[in-house]
Design a protein around this ligand. Sequence first.
Ligand SMILES: [Zn+2]
Ligand SMILES: [Zn+2]
Length: 492
Amino acid sequence: MEFLIKGKIYYREEFLEGTLLIKKDKIWRIFLTKEIPRGYPLIDYQDNYIFPGFIDSHIHLLELGLLNIFPDLSEITSLNDLFDIIQEAEKNLSAFPFLLFLNFDLEKIKEKRFPKRKELDKIVNKKIVIISQKDGHTTILNTYGLIKIFNQGFFPGMEVDNYHQPTGVLRGLANEFIHKYYKKYLPVDVKMLAFQEAEKVIIKNGITTFCALVGNEEDNSYELLLENLHRFKTEIIIFPQVKDIKKVKNLGFKRIGGCLLIDGSLSSYTAALSVPYEDNPQTKGILYFSDEDLYHFFKKATEADLQIAVHAIGDEAVKQVIRAYEKFLKNNNLRHRIEHCEVLDSDLIKRIKKLNLIVSCQPAFEYFWGGKGKLYEKRLGKRINFTNPYRSLLNESIILIGGSDAPITPPNPLLGIYSAVNHPNEKERINLKEAIALFTKHGAYGNFLEENKGLIEKGYDADLVILENLPIKDFKIKIKAVFKKGTKIWES
Ligand SMILES: [Zn+2]
Ligand SMILES: [Zn+2]
């Protein structure tokens, strides 16, 4: 199969009118003249932009897919809305072993509180109800769920009322336990369905390659995904989210970790900060690892030639990661990454640079949580000036790769690029080309794909996305088509 694609090509950081000759799965030639080579079928995209296919370096594939199966609470504004949705789900989702509700957003709920366990019991009392907060770091259970899952015992992170009875709200370790629980008990066919539903959403957003962060110590979904990779249209790079180095090696993976938690999240007050939370001065968050354990994990995984990714949001968590690497890491040939890095300071940035660690960022966090009156300011007060400091990181020539953390934010690189260019903190804005690189060139480097992907160059994979406009003033831009290795996999 040979054909031509014409349009405004993003070539060596410029927009140039031209034509690409695609042969099989590769970009065979690039013509930057007005003339169109003869003898090949032509797809003329006229004034539209031709970009390399986007790379999202951070997607929770199962959770994104589950959002397309179980109810999404992200748009509801009251507890009554929630109760209606639960009632509906009890009728429609009776085949599932539990009822799962994702993306509960306390900020949007007018009552500004979580539902009470007893309120949930009035609607469902013979089936487990699990409600997950948008950031994944708080869950709420009904009484039946508490009894079934925790067998009436106490678990660290369980919130209790004045009578020492659990309220149903779970944070920290108890929250983690629930997330592991429901993933473990999901039937295999539901998991496969979730993976495939998620991929449909991913492709529509112009993504041709992505990192899928999958599984945990009790859920081996990464094996299921690995065995079925041939069923997907995109290039999927799997991060098994476990600490079992031997198992990961035996299965043939080259990577380990993902959102392997060093700390929690800002919205749940569990991200580890060096000073107390502005709006909750009793706490500085949680570190899940001891220094000792983290050092051993990093060292052993490095000796096993695995690329490591871990989740560190607060400055204290990032500091712990750096401290562990500083003890032994001589170079970063394995391209170890830190996910999120939302709260930094200039000392941490210098140490990240010295270790040559990759920062895997999610610029859409600034779109949702940055700026006046939003989450970052509430939790951090004045330190808001140092959230997601992209300009400062790039000034130190640190490699920044971009992702969405979907389903926490939509898997939409255009939103990511727009958010980085329009960072609420003007000092930390980066320009369009730098922002595009997060989701193309640097994304490829972060995943050892820089020889085939992330650029429009002769001999590179014909992974392309056609855009009607540039995501500078708005991110809601029509995507005309998506090509993966020369095959059109999506068209508007
Ligand atoms: Zn994470
Ligand atoms: Zn994540």
